[in-house]
Design a protein around this ligand. Structure first.
Ligand SMILES: NC(=O)c1ccc[n+]([C@@H]2O[C@H](COP(=O)([O-])OP(=O)(O)OC[C@H]3O[C@@H](n4cnc5c(N)ncnc54)[C@H](OP(=O)(O)O)[C@@H]3O)[C@@H](O)[C@H]2O)c1
Length: 281
């Protein structure tokens, strides 16, 4: 079999943090394969990167909630003669509201995307990651450190990502593969709108997509287990783990109700925000 060209496979590369990862990995000299839902944004991102003189990224339009999405990505990459040296599992969404009231199918789709697809892609390409002494960067959240009523499935999904990734960090280190989990606080992207969060982002915690991507990339290359971008979020992650659950959980209810209103039906496409903390009307 002819040697395949190593690339960084980035999911959710069409917007937000994933788009920042795509630009950063390209700027650092990686060739790319970009995966997200089929729409106009992904080819535009690939064109933008190719226009900077980089090898044109392989574009993989795929719905990662589908069970065969990992196989589709593998087939598409093989057809283009590339294989992952790095994988960035960034695609994901959240929903705010009582779990019993939120749409059950959407919550299960969240598990398919935030959990099953992350596990699939983390495990599927290990041979190739070992060959290239590369790594996996899994995007979790400070939500991973605590359960949260009013955002129950999302927090649980990110706890899974953190737990899986920390274990893989140990298992794969002897094989020369780095596994890093990024646990960011609030980042101004379309995530809040899709989740149903309508309040301004807290100034002390909010970071830009570019900032969190840069911290995570640096941590991955240095072989760090967990990266928490921003001093405020580092402090928050410690506090969250120290507060007894009987105090924390009722507090979370109040915080989420303050931040949210019921999520919009479907996931409307928004133009990208430019101002951190800004929210659409
Ligand atoms: N923003 C925050 O405050 C925050 C904080 C902590 C952690 N995170 C995590 O960061 C990650 C990226 O979120 P973001 O803030 O950048 O949000 P975003 O701007 O909404 O980006 C989400 C990305 O995931 C892709 N995606 C959604 N559903 C998909 C599906 N079924 N199949 C394939 N791709 C799909 C989207 O593609 P389309 O654009 O084509 O729909 C988009 O590229 C998520 O895992 C999120 O949980 C975000």
């Amino acid at each position: 079999m002819a040697a395949r060209r190593p690339v960084a496979l980035i999911t959710g590369a069409s917007s937000g943090i994933g788009a920042a990862f795509a630009r950063l990995f390209a700027a650092k000299g990686h060739d790319l394969a970009l995966a997200a839902l089929p729409d106009a944004l992904l080819p535009a991102m690939a064109d933008e990167i190719a226009a900077r003189g980089r090898h044109p990224p392989v574009v993989v339009p795929v719905d990662l909630t589908l069970k065969d999405s990992g196989l589709r990505i593998a087939n598409e990459m093989a057809a283009h003669g590339v294989e992952p040296a790095f994988i960035v599992n960034c695609a994901g969404f959240g929903l705010v509201g009582p779990a019993a009231a939120l749409n059950r199918d959407q919550q299960l789709a969240m598990i398919d995307l935030n959990v099953r697809a992350v596990a699939d892609l983390s495990l599927r390409f290990i041979d190739s990651l070992i060959r290239h002494r590369g790594g996996i960067l899994n995007v979790a959240s400070v939500s991973a450190f605590v359960p949260s009523p009013e955002m129950a499935v999302y927090h649980a999904s990110k706890t899974f990502v953190l737990s899986l990734s920390e274990a893989l960090h140990c298992e794969l280190a002897p094989h020369g593969v780095r596994v890093t989990t990024m646990c960011s606080g609030p980042v101004a992207t379309q995530f809040q709108y899709r989740a149903g969060i309508r309040s301004k982002l807290p100034r002390l915690l909010a970071c830009s997509p570019e900032f969190v991507a840069a911290r995570a990339y640096d941590g991955l290359m240095r072989g760090k287990r967990v990266v928490i971008p921003g001093v405020g979020n580092k402090v928050l992650s410690v506090i969250l783990r120290l507060i007894p659950r009987f105090i924390l959980l009722p507090g979370q209810v109040g915080a989420m109700r303050f931040a949210a209103k019921p999520p919009a039906q479907g996931f409307p496409k928004l133009s990208h925000w430019t101002e951190p903390g800004e929210l659409p009307p």
